[in-house]
Design a protein around this ligand. Sequence first.
Ligand SMILES: Nc1nc2c(ncn2[C@@H]2O[C@H](COP(=O)(O)OP(=O)(O)OP(=O)(O)O)[C@@H](O)[C@H]2O)c(=O)[nH]1
Ligand SMILES: [Zn+2]
Ligand SMILES: [Zn+2]
Ligand SMILES: [Zn+2]
Length: 310
Amino acid sequence: MCDTCGCNITDGNRHLVSPGGRLSQTDDGRAAVTVLKSLLDENDHQALHNRGHFDARGILAVNLMSSPGAGKTALLEATIDALGDPARMVVIEGDLETENDAARIRAKGVQAVQIATGSACHLDAHMVHDALHRLDLEGVDLVFIENVGNLVCPASFDLGQHLNVTLLSVTEGDDKPAKYPVMFRAADLMLLTKTDLLAVLDDFDPLKAEQALRLVGSAAPVLHAAARKGTGIDQWIAWIEGELEAQRARIGAGTTRRPAVQSDGARLHAPQTVGVSHDHSHDHSHGHSHGHSHGHSHDHSHDHAAGAKR
Ligand SMILES: Nc1nc2c(ncn2[C@@H]2O[C@H](COP(=O)(O)OP(=O)(O)OP(=O)(O)O)[C@@H](O)[C@H]2O)c(=O)[nH]1
Ligand SMILES: [Zn+2]
Ligand SMILES: [Zn+2]
Ligand SMILES: [Zn+2]
């Protein structure tokens, strides 16, 4: 999928890029894995800078993640309607192609910048920074970032947001948190979407979805919404407004908040996140020492609350 996040390194080919491997050196002689690590470090520095932009203006930045089509844009449309004042929020849209989602947001009178990621399966902090400088943030309270529809890669990248919201639509199955633990562990809120369809689905149990979330170690709250009918939007808005207050309190206290991001050591897409081979590959990922070269972690892990949910 993407060239930057390391999802092309798997248990099957890791020997090629490991020290001494046939592809361990780039053309200019650098270690291949080191290049990937450097890109991720650059991303983290850019994210820190982005968060500075938000904090300087008292803005709360929220990253929305989900499978393709889980209802992120529909939620944003309902959010605009519920907030009532289009000037309070802006949206940064990420998609592989097309301006469709940004056009839907602009149609409601809200500023939106579309980032076409091309082949990349996630947004990164540099893309978000470019978008930020194309927006007028004067008087804005909320920046929503709609990430590329993908339950794996977006969880590995700090964009400079304060909060992650992971949407799970009821048509996807209540075992998704168990299957994509990295994504759901990164969530500060799990939002069950399209709940109007529960009436016709006899196999999605919201309680089971919540249990699956707890089993991956997340204490994140769970909300239900049916954006197209407006159901549950009040609670969603109340959560957002509460978090905006918390953000203002942090700014008053001179602190900030970094969301949970997949830990650096596991960032070369630990095999259990790649889908096909979860169970047995857990062991492999721990056994391999490549992770340690990323284990240095960040200078900016000074942040507080976010870590608690891991
Ligand atoms: N029944 C029902 N359908 C919904 C709801 N929300 C969204 N949908 C439908 O689900 C489809 C995808 O919705 P979007 O809001 O475009 O989903 P998305 O997550 O933004 O999609 P991508 O940006 O492509 O990942 C559309 O056909 C929506 O009309 C809902 O609350 N109920
Ligand atoms: Zn969308
Ligand atoms: Zn800047
Ligand atoms: Zn990827």
